[in-house]
Design a protein. Structure first.
Length: 202
């Protein structure tokens, strides 16, 4: 049995969520986009408001949600240090082995991470970086192509560079045209819903 929510129902939910002003989603379009992402991941669209957040014009997965998915997938985390100057933890997963990750303020300074959040909430910012790096290193399937809000805070705003945003020290990536990407991916029911919605918006 399919758990897909019809697009017409998604639009009603998006309007209700954006109107509530409870989840940081200011427009129905933002809510709709996140719901489509959640549905494509075989999750109920309503979880988008709980787990995702729009930062600098792009969807992000909250660090706690990323960690929860990691633990649910069989991962384990052992915290060694958790202060305003340094956070360290060991991430272990059956598919990726074990790896100790640490972030401190010296490393953040070296990476030129200068958003105001680093001054207000240094421990939370360090923790989010540790979670993101540990999860990606030992079970990247949990967070494919998405960042935490804390990481996105350090991106340059998307509108300054057209589509997308520029991350610091992320290296180069090849961007495939949509037709090449779609031709190599089987169209699942969830992807078909996303495609139908995109076609309706043209």
């Amino acid at each position: 049995m399919s758990n897909l929510v019809p697009v017409s129902d998604l639009e009603k939910m998006a309007n209700a969520i954006s109107a509530s002003k409870l989840f940081g989603l200011s427009t129905p379009e933002q809510a709709m986009a996140l719901m489509l992402v959640a549905q494509a991941e075989n999750m109920h669209p309503a979880t988008a408001a709980r787990d995702y957040h729009i930062v600098n014009g792009r969807p992000t997965l909250k660090a706690d949600a990323m960690l929860a998915r990691y633990l649910a997938s069989g991962g384990k985390v052992e915290w060694h240090e958790h202060t305003d100057t340094r956070v360290e933890a060991t991430f272990s997963h059956p598919n990726g082995g074990s790896l100790k990750i640490h972030w401190d303020m010296a490393r953040a300074k070296q990476a030129e991470l200068k958003s105001a959040m680093w001054t207000k909430y240094p421990r939370q910012m360090l923790r989010a970086r540790v979670i993101s790096e540990g999860v990606r290193a030992t079970n990247p399937a949990v967070a494919v192509g998405i960042y935490t809000p804390e990481e996105a805070e350090d991106f340059e705003p998307a509108e300054r560079h057209g589509r997308g945003a520029k991350a610091k020290q992320m290296g180069n990536a090849e961007v495939l045209p949509p037709e090449r990407t779609r031709s190599t991916m089987p169209e699942t029911p969830a992807r078909r819903r996303v495609r139908e919605y995109e076609e309706r918006q043209k």
